[in-house]
Design a protein around this ligand. Structure first.
Ligand code: HH2
Length: 389
């Protein structure tokens, strides 16, 4: 798959190229001015060699990265080279992927998400309010376990301006233990019964196909699967209901995910996993238009890795799907700014605003009112003529 790589600084670029084992001759600052870098990953050694010679023959610059674990080709060229590439007669799957990734990356438009009734449009950032009906969620466990309280919080978040409410009945915080599917459903059922008629789309945060199936019958309209559609039974349920799904990247599983935080190439690995996840879902009957992708902040990632994901969030735009970012009250915010989960609101808002500026379409948050206001101001700054207030 192809990924557009925009470096934040010359040093950032140099460090990566050295890590990839690019030849010294590649590193010429003057020649880099105004160019677009694209990295082709998930490619065989032979395909990589073929791609390098075909790009070089057409007048671009391409190099095989000698030190990366998987074959990788780094292409560097002026934007007009890629424009020409899209018009050449002898396109192959790689040149098509490159041109598509650049188009997606540069596009201001995100395709809307079809819902049973209507659609979710992404002409502004959307806020997904979190409702945890769990005794052990890391920031608000137990608060909304009581169904009446949960319904009250649901309505409060709607009034505060949430666009979607995500209801979860199993904690997936690091180290948490899975609950039985019956337990998960028994927590969800009384809440869903009371909020199902709401106009706002309800997303169900579950990894279990049977829970997804029942919740979709009880008024849920989106499935939020933190395990990234690993289970074929989950894919089957989503494909049959033709409902939207948030497919999140997670390394391992919640109980053990923070034990091994090694990536060969953090963003490259996550991008590749998401792209494979999307292709697998599509091959098993889920329409691509139904999938939202999420790099999974904190799910098998440490503080520095979470920061890099948010800093480089725009790269995921190349996948051509709406993107969700979930940073709310997570531990990395406390690690930087101090404070327990309840004191992480301002840090969470900062990360949501930066995420949106870097291309996130949906932010998943506990503090709906505060985030909605912050995003309104950020949007007004970024979008001329967004008046009256
Ligand atoms: N994070 C959590 C749960 N679900 N879903 C998506 N798509 N993205 C996320 O980042 C994400 C998620 C963890 O947060 P929370 O729901 O507050 O806690 P817990 O898992 O303990 O219930």
């Amino acid at each position: 798959m192809a990924r557009v790589r925009r470096y934040h600084s010359w040093d950032d670029a140099l460090a990566e190229w050295r890590r990839y084992g690019l030849p010294e001759t590649f590193i010429d600052r003057k020649r880099m001015a105004g160019t677009v870098t694209v990295i082709e990953d998930d490619i065989s050694q032979d395909e990589a060699a073929g791609l390098v010679s075909s790009i070089n023959a057409k007048g671009g610059e391409a190099y095989l990265c000698r030190k990366s674990k998987r074959p990788k080709v780094l292409i560097n060229a002026q934007p007009h080279f890629y424009e020409r590439l899209s018009m050449m007669g002898d396109q192959n799957e790689f040149t098509i992927r490159i041109v598509e990734a650049i188009g997606n990356y540069n596009s201001e438009h995100t395709p809307s998400l079809p819902l049973g009734q209507g659609e979710l449009r992404f002409d502004r950032p959307l806020v997904m309010g979190i409702l945890n009906v769990t005794p052990d969620s890391f920031s608000d466990g137990g608060e909304d376990l009581d169904a009446d309280k949960a319904v009250e919080r649901f309505r409060e978040m709607v009034a505060e301006g949430a666009d979607i409410i995500d209801i979860g009945a199993e904690s997936t915080r690091p180290g948490s233990h899975p609950v039985t599917e019956e337990e998960e459903l028994s927590r969800l059922r009384p809440v869903l019964q009371k909020v199902a008629s709401s106009k706002i789309p309800i997303s169900i945060d579950t990894r279990h196909a049977s829970v997804a199936e029942s919740a979709l019958h009880m008024g849920g309209s989106i499935i939020n699967d933190v395990s990234g559609l690993r289970d074929d039974a989950m894919i089957e349920v989503i494909a049959r209901h033709q409902c939207p799904v948030v497919a999140m990247h997670m390394k391992g599983e919640p109980r053990t995910m923070q034990e091994d935080l090694h990536y060969d190439d953090l963003i490259g690995d996550i991008y590749s996993d998401l792209s494979i996840m999307l292709a697998r879902a599509e091959s098993k009957g889920i329409r691509k238009e139904m999938v939202v992708l999420d790099p999974g902040i904190g799910f098998g990632k440490g503080t520095e890795q979470n920061l890099e994901i948010i800093r480089r969030f725009r790269e995921f735009r190349g996948l051509g799907r709406p993107l969700l970012l979930g940073t709310s009250r997570k531990a990395f915010i406390g690690a930087i700014a101090g404070g327990g989960p309840k004191e992480r609101t301002s840090g969470s808002i900062a990360s949501a605003v930066v995420g949106v500026m870097n291309g996130a379409n949906i932010v998943r948050v506990h503090d709906v009112a505060e985030t909605v206001r912050a995003l309104k101001v950020a949007e007004a700054i970024m979008t001329p003529n967004l008046r009256p207030y």
